[in-house]
Design a protein around this ligand. Sequence first.
Ligand SMILES: NC(=O)c1ccc[n+]([C@@H]2O[C@H](COP(=O)([O-])OP(=O)(O)OC[C@H]3O[C@@H](n4cnc5c(N)ncnc54)[C@H](O)[C@@H]3O)[C@@H](O)[C@H]2O)c1
Length: 427
Amino acid sequence: MMNICVVGAGYVGLTTSAALAEFGHDVQCVDIEQSKIEMLNQGLIPIYEPGLEELIQRNVQNGNLHFSFDVNEGIKNNQIILIAVGTPPKEDGSSDLGYVHNVLELILSTIQDYKIVITKSTVPPGTNEWIHQRFLDEGIDEKLFDIVSNPEFLREGAALWDIFHPNKIVFGTKTKRPIKVLKKLYQRGRTPLIFTSLTGAEMIKYASNAFLATKISFANETARICDAYNVEYPDVAQGLGTDPRIGRDFLNAGLGFGGSCLPKDLRSLKYSAQRKNVDTRLLDAVLEINNSQVDLYLRKLNTFLPDLTDKKITVWGVTFKPNTDDLRFSPAIALINELINKGAHVHTYDPVVQLQLPGICCHADQYESVTDSDALIIATEWEQFHNSNWAEVKSGMSGSIILDARNCLEAEIIRKNGLIYLGVGKQ
Ligand SMILES: NC(=O)c1ccc[n+]([C@@H]2O[C@H](COP(=O)([O-])OP(=O)(O)OC[C@H]3O[C@@H](n4cnc5c(N)ncnc54)[C@H](O)[C@@H]3O)[C@@H](O)[C@H]2O)c1
């Protein structure tokens, strides 16, 4: 059992805290956002993540998990400090490391005994080396600290599954000293542990996200070509995906990738590469394809509705993917903004988020949201949309266009209900 302070109670910090507590460690999860900590101390979970509430409640009850907004105390009282604060993108694409720096300054101002400082936040190549140097520059004896880079690979919406069944655990270290402790941190079963340098671990995280994003843009470009030749892209994806060298994951065509990780990490990697004069033609193309997906789907819609002025358009799904409440860089929101710009009246429904945006009308009921709509767009592939009552949808709408921007519906069922099915690479 280890004493661990997790700094940051966001998507990563909360799930990691709960999992570490479940492994039997004594975990103090701290956050500067007082309201978040107050909610957690009342047994309320500030984010939507399947299974998290029960896991947190169990570990709070058995005494393994504590929440506090006294970040200083959390850092002082624990030997292992796990940094899980945000690293949002700056205007120029680089990562804003301000939150990480604030945590480091607190550690530097309180450190008296040996600490292992683990960076779980996604930080650009070279950051953990810089952190190590920062400690030395402050005159902290090398015997008093180890810096570890331990990037996180969990997917929102499946975070607990990923944290309990990781396909790898990556540790970047400067010396061998913390390795014994790190091996006991997670309950790993047969999960391979990958030990590398501090910067090597950072690069594994960025390269993973860049590759996943590349698969999505590849899928989207291939779907465009399929569309031009009246080919079913889902068949092509299946054919591609059965090849173990390729794999089926991340080959779905649709509105493109969003969320708090892929777009930001790609831009940050691009920025880091360019700082060292490394050309990033592939990353540029991946981002360019992704950025044009909303426009591609709007052009599809325009084939039936050339002028969107005063048209009522309903959008189902506003989060960046299903099973999360995360709206950060959601392609659905980009689509909604474009629809508003084109003069449409936008109505939305989402299973977990009541979207508050100027100029839109948000509904709590899926079927009520389509009343008198000219078109319905599926922007996030929530499971419940697959099995919608299309007869009810048809009778509520005034138009009959269903734009499947996630390739998640059965076109035949839509048509059988007298509706028009529109997709890219799906007839
Ligand atoms: N969300 C994901 O799916 C995911 C997956 C892998 C990696 N990551 C990376 O993990 C990091 C965290 O992401 P997230 O989505 O959990 O972010 P988040 O925004 O949900 O949570 C960050 C939390 O840190 C808190 N915080 C900021 N400064 C603090 C300080 N000085 N002391 C204490 N708390 C502080 C914030 O109040 C917030 O609650 C990012 O670097 C992200 O790129 C995220």
